[in-house]
Design a protein around this ligand. Structure first.
Ligand code: NAP
Length: 251
């Protein structure tokens, strides 16, 4: 019997490490969206399952005893698929997600928006020089609203769409510290920062640098997690590990 960790996050890698160390069979799964992903300990598979049916088939064929959905807070499709597939297959599901940044001391002064299109419109109104840290997948939703602005788009992999001439792409991967984030904002004379509410410590320094430099911050709210009212949730790999060990003890 195997624990399936739907991953792609630091929390998922931490959980896979705990399970491997404890001798518990674990299989991590990555979307395959990033060209050189950081790999977790233990066996890993890469690529989509083929929707709810494909995931349910995978759970049965691999004799999966429990699933931990530790995907990114904005990865709404795979999370919905996990809720549906685990429900139909009768496999216990746990959500592992880091807390968002809503309790950051500056959150009340940020501009919270529902989606990336609203983020573009809000950023366009607030300033002229915009830093986008929302990832490659959302650039097409931002282009229309910011097509005439000076934009620095920070991404891990190269964008798949043509970008306006006033846009510059910086390729890098976190974690980032306060000194480098301050330097990035200052060097590019950024007056608006756009981010998703990804949460966690690895990319929070940009928010602290923005406060220091008086940069406006636009934050895209997380999508509602589809298992919100039905599925247990934890915010750390250690708590997810405890749930798995407890779940196995009850069987
Ligand atoms: P998604 O839109 O929820 O997933 C799209 C499809 O990719 C799923 O339907 C599934 O395909 C496959 N998939 C996703 N995660 C998988 C996993 N762990 N294992 C196997 N298949 C998986 O998620 P996404 O495309 O990965 O990301 C959407 C959002 O999350 C974006 O906002 C993105 O920027 C953010 N994200 C950020 C990070 C990060 O590290 N910053 C990492 C991941 C995602 P099938 O239906 O075929 O199974």
């Amino acid at each position: 019997m195997t624990v399936l960790v739907l991953g792609g996050t630091g929390e998922a890698r931490a959980l896979a490490g705990l399970l491997v160390d404890a001798g518990i069979d674990v299989m991590s799964s990555l979307a395959g969206a990033v060209s050189q992903p950081r790999l977790p300990a233990g066996p890993t598979r890469v690529g989509g399952f083929g929707g709810v049916t494909g995931l349910a088939d995978f759970l049965a064929s691999q004799r999966v005893s429990a699933v931990v959905d530790a995907t990114h807070p904005f990865a709404a499709r795979i999370s919905a698929n996990a809720v549906a597939a685990c429900g139909s297959a009768g496999v216990p599901l746990l959500r592992l997600a880091r807390p968002g940044w809503s309790d950051h001391p500056d959150s009340a002064r940020w501009h919270w928006v529902a989606d990336h299109e609203e983020a573009a419109a809000t950023a366009a109104r607030l300033g002229q020089r915009v830093l986008l840290t929302t990832g490659r997948q959302h650039l097409d939703e931002l282009v229309a609203g910011l097509g005439h602005h000076t934009v620095v788009a920070r991404v891990v992999d190269p964008p798949e769409i043509d970008l306006p001439a006033t846009w510059q792409v910086i390729r890098s991967r976190g974690p980032y510290d306060l000194v480098s984030e301050r330097d990035l904002l200052h060097t590019n004379a950024i007056d608006v920062l756009v981010t998703k509410d990804s949460g966690g410590a690895l990319t929070v320094a940009k928010l602290d640098a923005a406060r220091e430099l008086g940069v406006e911050v636009v934050v895209v709210r997380r999508p509602v997690w589809p298992g919100e009212s039905t599925t247990p949730q934890v915010s750390s790999a250690a708590s997810a590990y405890d749930w798995i060990v407890g779940d196995r003890a009850q069987r």
